[in-house]
Design a protein around this ligand. Structure first.
Ligand SMILES: C[S@@+](CC[C@H](N)C(=O)[O-])C[C@H]1O[C@@H](n2cnc3c(N)ncnc32)[C@H](O)[C@@H]1O
Length: 269
């Protein structure tokens, strides 16, 4: 759908979605084509509460809302202020059921002495701040007790003997992945050979949310800030046929449609 989600969400039916995955503008001065990303903080939080209230209205009672938001070194409180605005107070909109860390780049030292670096490390030049290598994905629900399909986004056991040893495995070679997800950025090609959007999330990040919520094929799925359609592609890759996206900028929406049309059916993660 093309337009302002604040105007379009009210036209959607109450309780008509099972899953919402979205990344709103971050209020960090990002240069979008249409949207001005520089509102005073209180105004931004009030605006977020307005669209989040509409998101809640269209969510089924057992729906999941995965909200991706990052910070910047000089604006470290933004994700926390937003999540408090959505979950705190006398009449909270949502319960924070899980907090995921989308890790974009990482270096690990293995026990056999190897050092492995993975992901795209975006250097900053600063004496004050270290590099920011992660963003949040807050999992919000109406009740705080929505059952998840944790193993659908799980990982095989390294030590297979654990499968039989631990009763909770149910004999399956998959354990819960936990709340740290290492997912590097997608490589996006546009016609001009430039990155066509300044703030996308990876398709694989959304695929994880779809899997964890469960029932991918029939899940009624919404992204009110579609951008260039990463969530729509994730829906396609997970064979989800009930996707709705909303985007303010007609050029971004056009790119989203083009990507949907031209991308082969695949699974990234
Ligand atoms: C962080 S980006 C989302 C990017 C998207 N996740 C992707 O991977 O392509 C936020 C998007 O929200 C759009 N936007 C801003 N205000 C909006 C509104 N009121 N209604 C719908 N879309 C809006 C912006 O144009 C921008 O594309």
């Amino acid at each position: 759908m093309h337009g302002d989600c604040l105007q379009l969400l009210p036209t959607l039916e109450e309780k008509s979605f099972d899953l919402v995955v979205t990344s709103p503008p971050y209020n960090l001065g990002i240069a979008y084509s249409t949207f001005k990303d520089t509102a005073p903080r209180d105004e931004f939080l009030a605006w977020c509460k307005s669209w989040a209230t509409e998101v809640k209205r269209v969510m089924a009672d057992d729906a999941s809302f995965f909200l991706n938001i990052g910070a910047s070194p000089s604006n470290p409180l933004l994700p926390h202020q937003l999540i408090l605005a959505l979950t705190d107070g006398t009449d909270p909109l949502f319960t924070l059921q899980n907090t995921f860390h989308w890790v974009k780049s990482i270096t690990i030292n293995t026990i056999d002495g190897q050092q492995i670096s993975a992901g795209h490390f975006k250097p900053i030049n600063s004496k004050r701040y270290v590099n920011d290598c992660h963003e949040y994905v807050f999992h919000l629900t109406k009740t705080g007790s929505v059952p998840l399909d944790r193993r659908a986004a799980g990982v095989p056991y390294v030590h297979k003997s654990n499968i039989a040893r631990w009763g909770h495995t149910g004999g399956q070679d998959l354990r819960c992945r936990g709340n740290t997800w290492f997912i590097p950025y997608d490589t996006i090609q546009s016609r001009k050979g430039e990155r066509p959007h300044p703030a996308t999330f990876p398709i694989a990040l959304v695929e994880q949310c779809i899997r964890i919520h469960g029932k991918a094929e029939t899940t009624r799925f919404l992204d009110p800030f579609l951008g260039i359609g990463s969530s729509a592609l994730a829906a396609k890759f997970q064979k989800n046929s009930a996707f709705t996206g909303i985007e303010l900028d007609p050029d971004y929406l056009e790119i989203a449609k083009e990507r949907l049309k031209t991308s082969p059916q695949q699974e990234l993660f």
